[in-house]
Design a protein around this ligand. Structure first.
Ligand SMILES: C[S@@+](CC[C@H](N)C(=O)[O-])C[C@H]1O[C@@H](n2cnc3c(N)ncnc32)[C@H](O)[C@@H]1O
Length: 252
């Protein structure tokens, strides 16, 4: 695990260089909402976000050692995996200092290596980790294919990738948002930005959520991308009527 810089105990003056205008927009948006991120997550998802992260933890290999949680934000997914007993070393990496700083005070966070890193260029050697998880992060990548290839690079052969996200609806696709999920999606598109403005005082950040979902891939498209980017055996695990999905695969 060399090359990673642990930011425990540091102030917020460190930063990752913005590689693109898109990175800058995303990073500064999360910096603005870092203080309310957890509260808004639990409120807007009616606490389902906790269940979804627990499911990712349950899917994590029991015998994994090195776990990299990318786009770790305030650390909840990395902490969930650590608490589940999976892994021996956990790196929580994100390019937004303000989000990682919010992770620092949490119970168990002292066991995580909190580090500043851009998912597009990870400071890790080839094949150096056993498991990579990404919670609600891939949708924000400036270049999804490049991000997936970078993850493939740092995963050892046979290592697993688990991606939890809000994907674009694919009403024709198997296991996609249908029926109950569509009205819930509608709420996400209309109510969530309003609540974001009212409670989180940042409507634009929460409109971004529905815009980025609409512009993202369907779970099947993402699974196909994994299959052509150095992974095999991609699977889709539908969460809460298809509001969120976990897409996973193994490094060839
Ligand atoms: C919606 S938050 C998710 C946080 C956490 N994983 C969770 O489950 O709540 C997305 C996070 O991805 C980070 N992020 C987006 N693009 C990134 C990139 N290219 N490299 C590193 N972090 C990135 C953002 O800074 C933000 O903290």
């Amino acid at each position: 695990m060399t090359g990673f810089e642990d930011i425990h105990g540091r102030d917020e003056s460190w930063a990752v260089r913005d590689r693109t205008a898109h990175s800058r927009t995303v990073r500064t948006m999360f910096a603005r909402i870092a203080g309310v991120y957890d509260f808004m997550n639990h409120l807007l998802s009616l606490n389902r976000d906790r269940t979804w992260r627990r499911r990712v933890a349950a899917l994590t290999d029991h015998d994994t050692t090195q776990v990299l949680d990318l786009c770790a934000g305030t650390g909840d997914l990395a902490l969930e995996i650590m608490r589940s007993g999976r892994g021996r070393a956990w790196i929580a990496a994100d390019f937004c200092p303000e989000m990682l700083v919010a992770a620092r005070g949490k119970k168990g966070a002292e066991k995580l290596v909190l580090t500043a890193a851009d998912a597009m260029v990870l400071p890790l050697g080839d094949g150096s980790v056993d498991t990579v998880t990404v919670g609600f992060g891939v949708r924000n990548f400036a270049d999804v294919k490049r991000g997936v290839e970078e993850i493939a690079r740092v995963l050892r052969p046979g290592g697993q990738l688990l991606v939890l996200d809000f994907f674009r609806d694919d009403p024709r696709g198997k296991g996609q948002a249908k029926g109950v999920a569509l009205p819930l999606r509608w709420l996400l598109n209309t109510l969530v930005p309003k609540m974001g403005k009212l409670v989180g005082r940042d409507g634009s950040a929460y409109s971004y959520l529905s815009h980025s979902m609409g512009a993202f891939m369907t779970p099947s498209e993402f699974a196909a991308l994994l299959d052509e980017s150095g992974f095999q055996g991609a699977f889709i695990d539908r969460q809460t009527f298809g509001i969120a999905h976990i897409v996973g695969a193994r490094r060839v």
